[in-house]
Write a protein that binds this ligand. Structure first.
Ligand code: ADP
Ligand code: MG
Length: 459
């Protein structure tokens, strides 16, 4: 059996949807399938925009909501013959009525919590997968619509919920044993034990597909998107990027962790555990091979790919007195973890006088506040400086298992950036020696990516 997933970019309009339906039809003739869908392209963003408008008491959410409803109803009319439309149209209309009530509530109380957000965005996948399950029936596939909230159990960390695997695997397995036919599954959404809707993190539909692949011990997992596989860099930033034929799970995880959004980082974990190979394919060029992600890494190059993260700030914790203070780093990281600040990269000078920490810019003010509170006595005593923040930074990471065996990657990285007058503010190597990452100015990012791409792939 094979699990296939289509992202929003693959189902953004009628033409691409019809293309996707024929890809599924063709694949279903070869082996047993289950399909995971994201929301139609752009719908998640629109659902969130409506909520933000409503919270600001701005009635403009109403035309936006009506536009979304119209778009969905239109797709139903285009995909399903007239005599069978009415139940699907009703399903869509009822969902939009619920949304209208929800937004009206947000408008009245001017409040939009993470819990409400998860419930609001869940409508995108619930409606798209339902419509597409019906559309697939029209090309003679015996489909079974699955609301993943019934099968994937998580904790209640809304927006980025953690999957409870033993329960989830059992629920999926039991469901599958009782319901034959082509499962058409909502990506992204899940629920708590209490039945509250949660989501698996932005772009979490890839993860949904991997969860099903592992639970059903699938032979393979295919993620269909709008580019041909994982590429040596984001093709939107580096025009000469090329497809990477093959990656190890760890390399794929590392690349996506550092910004290659073509596959969601958590996707690799369930697949790796059950050794399910992942293929990344292009919906618009199905004939192209794409990328295979599996246990081993094969390449002749020093690295596999380059990725980057924007909207980064660099925190600098330093002071001459810090050498004598025991456990400075554990206090720094404990404090940040307690405040739920996600640390992207750490770089410590060997003198221990300073620790550089890259974090998301959104977290910067809060991080400074909690650190200055934790170290208030050291700061007062002059043993430590006030925490400095460098805003508008980006992280570039070069990734590949080959770096373990062949030195020279960091030299090449520094040289290429230096030649282009790009200043490196901090550098770090992952403990697995799988990546080297450098913090540079956001304004140097595209130049830096292209310089590194040329140095590692084109020379
Ligand atoms: P989907 O809607 O299918 O989930 P996404 O937008 O989440 O698609 O991911 C596909 C996009 O990821 C591509 O259009 C590309 O711009 C971006 N991307 C970033 N880094 C890479 C990379 N290294 N290789 C391929 N695509 C990348
Ligand atoms: Mg995606």
């Amino acid at each position: 059996m094979k699990i296939i997933k289509f992202g929003g970019s693959s189902i953004a309009d009628l033409d691409s949807i019809q293309n996707v339906l024929s890809i599924i039809k063709k694949a279903s003739q070869k082996e047993e399938l289950a399909v995971v869908f994201s929301a139609f392209g752009g719908v998640t963003e629109n659902l969130l925009t409506c909520a933000h408008l409503a919270r600001q008491n701005d009635p403009d959410y109403q035309p936006l909501l009506r536009g979304m409803e119209k778009r969905h109803l239109q797709l139903v009319k285009q995909l399903i013959p007239v005599q069978k439309q009415s139940s699907v149209l009703t399903y869509v209309k009822v969902r939009f009525n619920e949304l209208e009530d929800l937004y009206h509530g947000i408008f009245l109380i001017k409040e939009f919590s993470p819990r409400t957000s998860d419930y609001v965005v869940s409508f995108g996948e619930r409606i798209s997968a339902f419509i597409l399950a019906e559309a697939l029936k029209e090309i003679d596939l015996d489909t079974h619509f699955v609301d993943a909230r019934d099968l994937i159990r998580t904790n209640d960390r809304f927006g980025n919920a953690k999957v409870i695997f033993p329960t989830t695997n059992q629920l999926i397995y039991d469901f599958y044993s009782k319901n034959k036919g082509l499962l058409v599954i909502t990506g992204f959404v899940a629920s708590t034990n209490k039945g509250e809707t949660t989501t698996l993190g932005r772009s979490g539909s890839d993860y949904t597909a991997a969860i099903f692949a592992a639970a059903l011990k699938a032979d393979s997992l295919e993620i269909w998107t709008d580019v041909t596989g994982v590429m040596t860099a984001d093709p939107k930033l580096v025009y000469s990027a090329i497809t990477i034929p093959q990656l190890s799970y760890s390399e794929a995880m590392e690349l996506s962790h550092f910004g290659a959004k073509v596959v969601f980082p958590a996707t690799m974990q369930p697949a790796m555990k059950r050794k399910v190979p992942i293929y990344i394919k292009n919906t618009f060029h199905p004939e192209e091979e794409g990328t295979l992600i599996c246990e081993t890494s094969e390449t002749t190059k020093l690295i596999k790919g380059i990725s980057s993260l924007s909207h980064i700030s660099l925190l600098n914790v330093q002071g001459s007195g810090l050498v004598e203070v025991v456990g400075v780093s554990s206090r720094v990281f404990g404090t940040l973890a307690h405040a739920q600040v996600n640390v992207v990269l750490i770089s410590q000078a060997s003198s221990e006088h300073s620790i550089c920490i890259a974090i998301k810019s959104d977290d910067a003010d809060m991080a400074r506040e909690v650190l200055e509170k934790e170290f208030q006595y050291e700061i007062l005593a002059g043993e430590m400086d006030k925490v400095q923040i460098m805003p508008n930074m980006a992280v570039i990471a070069v990734v590949g298992e080959n770096m373990k065996h062949h030195p020279g990657a960091s030299g090449r990285l520094f040289q290429a950036l230096g030649r282009n007058n790009i200043n490196v503010s901090a550098i770090a190597q992952g403990s697995s020696e799988l990546n080297i990452s450098a913090v540079i100015k956001q304004s140097d990012l595209q130049k830096g990516l292209n310089a590194l791409h040329e140095a590692f792939f084109l020379s």
